[in-house]
Write a protein that binds this ligand. Structure first.
Ligand code: PRP
Length: 176
């Protein structure tokens, strides 16, 4: 375990196992359809890749970047669109993929942004759901785990761009 990590919340095996379950659910729900996954950079990359590998549907994927946290552990409350989708998603079945939903501002902004592109259906999938910190009433349609109000790192999640490479999800030792 990394020396800055106090506790492992989810091991790599637990994460992969839960993603297999999510993939089974998504495969069943979208059977016979084509799906576009849109991931929210940057933290989503490991989750998006692992989720893609569980799908047996015709699927394409794209990425958007909406950043708010910068170098802090507390959300700034402002979400900016830094990178837009390149695919034409109008009329498509879109699944928005996020690593963690905390205040919900990022997911809310992403939904509004993609809706303006006149998608067909639009659902959301997050690996982690920190339900207690919502400032926008939103619950992902699919999520891997509900977690308490802890600052977590690993499996794509960072603190000041560090710890994204950890294969597990853990709690930072010091509340920085
Ligand atoms: C983090 C995380 C989510 C968002 C969730 O992104 O990856 O996208 O915050 O927080 P919210 O629900 O309070 O909006 P961040 O802006 O830190 O960018 P990153 O993915 O590049 O780490």
């Amino acid at each position: 375990m990394h020396t800055d990590v106090k506790e492992i919340l989810f091991t790599s095996e637990q994460i992969k196992g839960r993603i297999q379950e999510l993939g089974r659910q998504i495969n069943a729900d979208y059977r016979g359809k084509m799906l576009v996954l849109v991931g929210i950079l940057n933290g989503v990359k490991p989750f998006l890749n692992d989720l893609l590998s569980t799908l047996n549907l015709p699927v394409s994927h794209d990425l958007i970047e909406l950043s708010s946290y910068g170098q802090s552990t507390v959300s700034s409350g402002t979400v900016h669109v830094l990178k837009d989708v390149a695919l034409d998603i109008s009329g498509k079945d879109v699944l928005l993929v996020e690593d963690i939903v905390d205040t919900g501002l990022t997911l809310h902004t992403a939904i509004e942004h993609l809706r303006s592109r006149k998608t067909g259906s639009l659902k959301t999938c997050a690996l982690l759901n920190k339900q207690t910190r919502r400032s926008v009433a939103i619950t992902p349609d699919y999520y891997g785990f509900t977690i308490p109000d802890l600052f977590v790192v690993g499996y794509g999640l960072d603190y000041a761009e560090n710890y994204r490479e950890l294969p597990y999800i853990g709690v930072l030792k010091i509340n920085k």
